[in-house]
Design a protein around this ligand. Structure first.
Ligand SMILES: Nc1ncnc2c1ncn2[C@@H]1O[C@H](COP(=O)(O)OP(=O)(O)OP(=O)(O)O)[C@@H](O)[C@H]1O
Ligand SMILES: [Mg+2]
Length: 232
């Protein structure tokens, strides 16, 4: 059986290492990370600034490949895949929310959430229906025709959340998704984000500095000195 649905572990990371060259020095940022995330599990990723949270999320999100070690997503060993196959894994199984939203400025909120679905081959009618559902869940039903420049920061970030969830990815990766919002707005967006992730059964790794929110997740892992420490 090679269907992605036959795997209980969404991602298995083994001995992940990442170093950056700085002049003639090599700075080791990730020093051997092991992590298993099960289907539907939501993890908070903590750690001080510079600990390597973004570096880690970029590696497991297949956004760069300067690491050593193994990443297995739904039974597929990423190191053995060519660029095209990696792109397919990213498109079909992963969703991203960044600290700054990266919405497409020339498309409306609705179109931004429809696009990933259309790229994956969904019909425009179904893509629109699902996008409207997500935007409605995030209380943006009156903003669907707005362009990003016509939305507040919190609204833009909610559109970005909807977009990341649009293809019902097995794993959502979020890098301080509310980091550029004020605390009250950030709490609301993160709360809605968690609710939707749970409802559609996605797993998630969410880098955050918000301890209160981290405690609402299933597990807390902390990056420290290049290693991942699990809090029980
Ligand atoms: N392309 C790069 N070249 C050199 N060093 C880098 C590069 N990218 C990241 N680093 C270094 O790796 C370390 C980890 O950076 P990273 O962005 O992963 O931290 P972070 O935990 O996400 O921090 P923050 O909470 O501030 O977002 C930093 O010291 C940074 O300077
Ligand atoms: Mg970061």
């Amino acid at each position: 059986m090679n269907s992605p649905f036959s795997y209980n572990n969404v991602i298995e990371v083994t001995d992940l290492q990442r170093a950056f060259k700085q002049g003639d020095q090599e700075i080791k940022i990730l020093r051997g990370i092991d992590l298993i995330v099960r289907r539907g599990e939501i993890l908070a990723l903590l750690g001080p600034s510079g600990a390597g949270k973004s570096t880690f999320l970029q590696a497991v999100g297949l956004l760069e490949n300067g690491f050593t070690g193994s990443i297995n997503i739904l039974g597929q060993e990423i190191g053995s895949l060519n660029d095209k196959a990696r792109t397919a894994v990213r498109r079909d199984h992963l969703g991203f929310v960044y600290q700054f939203h990266h919405l497409l400025p020339d498309f409306s909120a609705l179109e931004n959430v429809m696009l990933p679905q259309l790229i994956q081959g969904e019909s425009p009618k179904k893509a629109k229906k699902h996008a409207l559902f997500l935007l409605q869940s995030l209380k943006l039903e009156d903003r669907v025709k707005h362009y990003p420049s016509q939305l507040s920061g919190g609204e833009q970030q909610r559109v970005a959340v909807a977009r990341a969830l649009a293809n019902r990815p097995a794993l959502v990766l979020a890098d301080e998704p509310t980091g550029n919002l004020d605390e009250a707005t950030g709490d609301i967006v993160l709360h809605e984000f968690l609710r939707l992730v749970r409802r559609q059964g996605s797993a998630a790794i969410i880098a955050t500095h918000n301890m209160a929110m981290a405690r609402k997740m299933d597990r807390i892992v902390t990056l420290h000195d290049g290693r991942l420490i699990e809090e029980y």
